[in-house]
Design a protein around this ligand. Sequence first.
Ligand code: MN
Length: 135
Amino acid sequence: MSRKTKSKAEAKILYVEDNPQNMRLVRKMLKREVYTLLEAVDGLTGVKMAEKEMPDLILMDINLPDIDGIEATRRIKEIAALADVPIVALTSNATYGDKDRILAGGLDGYMPKPVNMTELIKLIEDHLPEWVEKE
Ligand code: MN
């Protein structure tokens, strides 16, 4: 049996972000790349949505209106079925959490804002290698 590459549209990416402009930007980028985007506007919604939807990758803002992205990550990682789902921080806030603090908080990666499309797509492909379409 030949190995079938999964369609990118089957890859579910959850983005937890309270800033509508950032959400809109990432939505636009992922739409071009055909990934399926799930959107949560605060940390608790993000945890609930992750549990319900079982995303393949989670992009996590750090400064959120309720629990922060590090606490949301901790709660998601406690759910056994989600323990291995990569969670990558997307944040511009250097005063609250720098890269070391975010990675020490259990996140699997870090990307500074403003989000650059090429870097975001590369990050997604690095974390979801089975979805990268091969010629
Ligand atoms: Mn925010």
